[in-house]
Design a protein around this ligand. Structure first.
Ligand code: MCA
Length: 534
């Protein structure tokens, strides 16, 4: 069954192949780069980004005084210099760079410059271990890297493939050729790859989802339109910039709307509430763990001064939604994925219904497979699998044709294929209600954890005979990671904790170890993770 089309705009409109009279398609730039350039040229004096930490920064020779707003004109200059610095260091369109930095304007300038130069940016969490960095490097074979900590570059080295590493200021890039050599800046085409986001992997190690410039512009323009994002808006930005939420929604959205964002170096609930209470912002985007901590301060009424608070990346508990609505503001819950960017959102105008993620965004089609009115089989209590398509949906996983093929389902009417989200849902008055997952994915603090990856790491430890990993509900984190271990000999939890700390980023590490005599298995001998969950 197809969900009713977008109800976000005053008139039915889509961002896909548009019907006549679609006002949004006319406004939409061909790529995000073209969108940013148009905004920067239209109002170069407009404030664009602020480092709340107040650090002075120099990027590719552009100097900026600490504590002041970067204007649109400065961003254009600095990102052009950064793009030319990549060129001068020998980088050509299509080459891949790993980008793993804390939130700062300098880090974003290095990123935006690379995108203007047509490089493909591969964001990686700053807490990634050497093993995780090596997996990324072995998969995408990067030529360069931007890292806060240059010593991490060693983990990216591949035999016979040097990686040029720099800090966010790009001072580590060599000048090997005139910057004018190679393709001109800003010559990307909509179908060119722009980002590779590591994600998914119901079957083991994470894969790289390749997003094109067309995907980025579709996935960003839809929320700019639906959330009525205007140049006067100012985002209080506390998300990490290496995930789609903080990067594509938070940063690209701000720049495409010609709006501004104050970048906080990390999430501190008191700092957010101080800024909101002082009228320093109009927008806040967070994961449910952040809203949980904001509510726990007892000061969440300050959020009521903002125009719009958005929650995503994990389900927002209906009870927390109601508490925030009563004390401050009805949070707008939305739903997206790294492979697709934003898909479904509660409305700005109209009821933001707790426990639902809302209506399809402009340009996104949503179908529930296996529900009434759909040909495929499915579990009617949990609803059908959520299938989506639109210009925002990625083309595939990097060099993984079989995994890509599995991720899509043919259209019953012979149209474009549908991306399988792995989530199950039902429709209620046009709102999408998510009801669990087809996969064993765990979402902790808004970050995705794949049981198979954690199991592979733990299984390599000599004290482990067998292991299964599941998620356990948590008010603060949504879910926390739990490992069920059949020990080989005496159980040794301390050794497993140390082993996990060396191999896994903190959010993937089990919070609890439960030692058991055996793991539940089905008739085929496969471990049934679902029967370990509470
Ligand atoms: C940190 N820790 C975590 C997590 N983050 N443990 C489990 N899950 C996590 N997500 C660890 C810390 O390393 C620390 O470990 C302990 O938990 C407590 O740390 P604390 O200081 O309280 O945490 P924090 O550093 O304040 O981090 C909490 C956070 C952060 C701010 C909520 O997790 C966060 O920024 N989450 C957002 C993730 C995100 O952006 N997801 C978007 C994915 P120890 O005690 O051992 O030191 S994009 C996406 O999902 C799609 C596209 C979408 O729709 O948005």
């Amino acid at each position: 069954m197809l969900l009713p089309p977008s109800r976000h705009l005053p008139q039915a409109a889509t961002l896909g192949d548009p019907p006549a009279g679609d006002r949004l398609a006319g406004d939409r730039p061909a790529t995000v780069v073209h969108g940013w350039l148009a905004r920067w040229a239209a109002d170069p004096a407009a404030p664009a980004l602020l480092d709340v930490a107040g650090d002075a920064s120099t990027v590719a020779g552009h100097r900026h005084a600490g504590g002041a707003w970067w204007t649109s004109g400065e961003l254009e200059d600095a990102t052009r210099r950064a793009g030319l610095a990549w060129r001068s260091a020998g980088f050509d369109p299509g080459q891949r760079i790993v980008w793993s930095t804390r939130s700062s304007v300098a880090a974003l300038v290095s990123h935006l410059g690379a995108v203007r130069a047509g490089l493909v940016v591969v964001p990686v969490p700053t807490a990634a271990t050497a093993r995780e960095l090596a997996h990324v490097a072995a998969t995408v074979r990067p030529s360069g890297a931007v890292l806060d900590d240059p010593t991490r570059a060693a983990a990216l080295a591949q035999p016979g493939a040097p990686v040029v590493a720099s800090g966010p200021g790009l001072d580590g890039l060599p000048a090997l050729r005139p910057a004018g050599d190679g393709a001109p800046l800003d010559s990307v085409a909509p179908s060119d790859p722009a980002l590779i986001l590591f994600t998914s992997g119901t079957t083991g190690a994470p894969k790289g989802a390749v997003l094109s410039h067309a995907n980025l512009v579709a996935g960003t323009a839809s929320v700019v339109a639906a959330w009525r994002w205007e140049p006067a808006d100012r985002l209080l930005h506390t998300l990490p910039i290496y995930h789609a939420h903080g990067l594509a929604v938070g940063v690209y959205g701000t720049l495409l709307a010609g709006a501004s964002a104050a970048l906080f170096p990390s999430f501190d609930p008191e700092a957010v509430l101080d800024a909101a209470g002082a009228g320093e912002g109009t927008l806040y985007f967070g994961v449910p763990t952040m809203y949980h901590r904001l509510a726990a301060t007892g000061r969440s009424a300050q959020l009521g001064r903002l125009r719009l608070c958005v929650s995503g990346s994990a389900p927002l508990a209906a009870d927390l939604h109601r508490r925030l609505a009563a004390s401050a503001t009805p949070v707008l819950e939305r739903y997206g994925m790294s492979e697709t960017l934003m898909l479904v959102s509660n409305p700005v105008d109209g009821e933001r219904r707790a426990g639902t993620v809302g209506f399809p965004l402009p340009g996104v089609e949503v179908r529930l497979a296996g529900s009434a009115g759909d040909g495929a089989a499915g579990d009617s209590a949990a609803g059908g699998e959520v299938l989506v398509r639109g210009a925002n949906v990625f083309a595939g996983y990097f060099e993984r044709p079989a995994a890509t093929a599995e991720a899509f389902e043919p259209d019953p009417d012979g149209g474009a294929p549908w991306f399988r989200t792995g989530d199950l849902g039902i429709e209620e008055d046009g709102y999408l209600v998510l009801r669990g997952r087809r996969t064993d994915l765990i979402i902790s603090g808004g970050a995705n954890v794949y049981p198979a990856e954690v199991e592979d790491v733990l299984a390599a430890h000599p004290s482990v005979a067998e292991v299964a990993v599941t998620g356990e509900p948590s008010d603060e984190w949504g879910e926390v990671v739990v490992a069920w271990v059949v020990a080989a000999g005496a159980p040794d939890e301390a050794a497993l904790v140390a082993h996990a700390a060396a191999q896994l980023a903190p959010y993937k590490r089990p919070r609890r170890y439960r030692f058991v005599d055996e793991l539940p298995r089905n008739a085929m001998g496969k471990v049934v993770r679902a029967s370990l969950r509470p």
